[in-house]
Design a protein around this ligand. Structure first.
Ligand SMILES: [Fe+2]
Ligand SMILES: [Fe+2]
Length: 207
């Protein structure tokens, strides 16, 4: 069994620890707003690539981080191009980026001051969080959309983001005491569940 097969065979909550499962109706709403979902998804990939690039700049002295994130930039940018191609194939355009309330709320949870270690930890865990939730949403799309082609399309993203989630947690473990990482991760999971619970269920976006 490959890593990906293992990842997808296990329930999302069990593997990702998410505390707030997405409402099953979300995929039905998303189905009605595919153009918006694809555009929003494209921007999610663009932001993932851009954030990895800025982490490389900010933590250029951390060799493992630079080495681990360099290929992720390429991969996320590849995702952006795949989604952009999918938009174009459908006669759609990228459009204007919406305000990402989910990410704005997560940024608020990041430590702004204090020791560098704490700030690095939160940046890595915020990325892990977004990857985990995206993975869960892609799983919903890969299981619930009517179109078989799109189900496969989203399955690929789901597998990829599951791998990224793991990578960000492992990177945190590389630099920071594992117990500290676990404790803070549990706080992130609880906070993210609150955020998700507070956000309106909308089918025109990934989060
Ligand atoms: Fe991605
Ligand atoms: Fe990713």
């Amino acid at each position: 069994m490959t890593h990906d097969e293992h990842t997808v065979s296990v329930d999302t909550k069990a593997i990702l620890g998410l505390q707030f499962p997405t409402d099953p109706r979300w995929v039905n709403l998303a189905q009605l707003s595919l153009a918006d979902v694809l555009s929003d998804h494209a921007y999610c990939e663009q932001k993932a690539a851009a954030t990895c690039m800025s982490l490389i700049q900010r933590y250029s002295q951390k060799e493992e981080l630079v080495t681990a994130l360099a290929p992720i930039v390429t991969e996320e940018w590849g995702h952006f191009r795949l989604v952009l191609a999918e938009l174009h194939k459908r006669g759609l355009s990228l459009g204007v980026q919406r305000k990402d309330e989910y990410v704005v709320a997560l940024i608020q949870f990041c430590q702004k001051g204090g020791a560098e270690e704490g700030r690095l930890l939160d940046q890595l865990l915020m990325m892990a969080m977004i990857e985990a939730r995206s993975c869960e949403r892609f799983k919903r799309l890969s299981e619930g959309l009517n179109d078989e082609y799109l189900r496969k399309f989203y399955r690929r993203f789901m597998e990829s983001e599951a791998g990224h989630y793991t990578l960000f947690i492992e990177l945190a473990d590389t630099y920071i005491n594992k117990e500290k990482v676990r404790a803070r991760w549990n706080e992130w999971l609880a906070y993210e569940a609150e955020v998700m619970n507070g956000l309106e269920l909308r089918g025109d976006r990934i989060h």
